[in-house]
Design a protein around this ligand. Structure first.
Ligand code: BGC
Length: 348
């Protein structure tokens, strides 16, 4: 059975289910239709040990106060909008403010806090879960009734593929991502020790102290932001670089080199041999090294917190409506937003 559906809890009068997808080839995932949250993602390491590579929580109640957006789908606009303000054709809009006077990850009630409609799909070797919702016109200040559809598929070649699509009846902005916290040594390993990261990026966008891009697009050459040769994460989280020091690690938007569907990053765990490659057709990716993740008890009694994991949030640039030289998250009425990201697993 590639998909097993079990009751997970209640959100108001809605029942939330947990869907277990298994491609029969080594990759399996537990996903709930509250927030589209990936609770568990299992892959066998080089010794055949089934390893859950994402941080998570135990109960639906824990996910109601999901500080850090663990595993969740993020929308309508992932990352930050300064002051929540943006304009479309001269008209100003105000997105919900929820972080230091700015809008983060869709505002106060983002897509991470919605119960999505869910439909099982795909084949035994490539099971899919199709999640959809309607975000009404004006929700969190965003214009247009937006129909959103996100399809999670475990492919036969061991990728978790996420296809995002959306259509609005008014011009709006859309920037969708997933906020999984990866630790290839396992969700309960505590640190990122022995994990290396390569990023296919020659440029990044530095931030002001509110983690808002300054508008500059800088070369990574000779800086702590140069991941074009894979390097170990842990020792670099305290690199003597003003940007890294300001955030206690990485919380930055990397511009992915090239165009179309391409490799964005490759992470590897030297200890257990698990390799994860991220591919996307998005222009950029936020590397967030869980600098602000609250210390505490997470799923199955695991202790997690600062630097316990890394997020690779494929996206359009943050606060991009402000800058002409940034790609634009504008979605015109009737047009289709369509992006794809995959996290592909193998061992070496
Ligand atoms: C942001 C961080 C934030 C984290 C959790 C990331 O996408 O860039 O600044 O702390 O999400 O909210």
């Amino acid at each position: 059975m590639p998909i097993v559906k079990t009751e997970y809890g209640k959100a108001g009068d809605k029942t939330v289910y947990c869907y277990t997808l298994d491609n029969g080839g080594g990759l399996s995932a537990e996903i709930i239709n509250y927030g589209g949250i990936i609770k568990n993602l299992y892959f066998n390491d080089k010794n055949g040990v089934k390893t859950d590579v994402v941080l998570g929580r135990d109960t639906l109640d824990d996910y109601f106060k999901n500080d850090g957006y663990l595993g969740a789908l993020i929308g309508r606009h992932a990352n930050r909008i300064a002051g929540g303000k943006f304009t479309i054709d001269g008209r100003e809009y105000n997105a919900g403010i929820n972080e230091n006077g700015n809008s983060l990850h869709g505002g106060n009630v983002g897509f991470d806090k919605k119960v999505w409609d869910a439909e099982e799909s795909g084949t035994d070797a490539e099971p899919s879960l199709v999640l959809s919702l309607l975000s009404p016109d004006g929700e969190e200040g965003f214009p247009g009734n937006l129909k959103v559809r996100v399809t999670y598929t475990l492919t036969a070649d061991n990728a978790l593929k996420i296809e995002y699509s959306a259509v609005s009846d008014k011009d709006t902005v859309v920037n969708l991502t997933n906020h999984s916290y990866f630790n290839l040594a396992g969700y309960n390993s505590g640190t990122l020790k022995s994990q290396t990261l390569y990023i296919n990026s020659s440029f990044y966008t530095p931030n002001d102290s509110a983690c808002m891009p300054t508008g500059e697009v800088l070369s990574v050459e000779g800086t702590a932001f140069d991941f074009r040769e894979a390097k170990e994460l842990t020792p670099n989280l305290d690199a003597p670089d003003a940007q890294v020091q300001m955030f206690g690690g990485f919380d930055h938007n990397f511009v992915i080199d090239g165009e179309g569907y391409r490799l964005a990053a490759r992470a590897e765990c030297a200890d257990n041999g698990i390799v994860m490659e991220t591919r996307t057709n998005q222009p950029s990716m936020q590397l967030y090294t869980s600098n602000g993740l609250p210390e505490g008890e997470y799923k199955n009694g695991s202790h997690c917190g600062v630097h316990s994991a890394f997020c690779l949030e494929t996206q359009c640039f943050p606060n991009a409506m402000k800058y002409r030289h940034y790609p634009n998250p504008l979605l015109r009425a009737g047009e289709e937003y369509k992006t794809v990201t995959e996290y592909k697993f193998s061992v070496k």
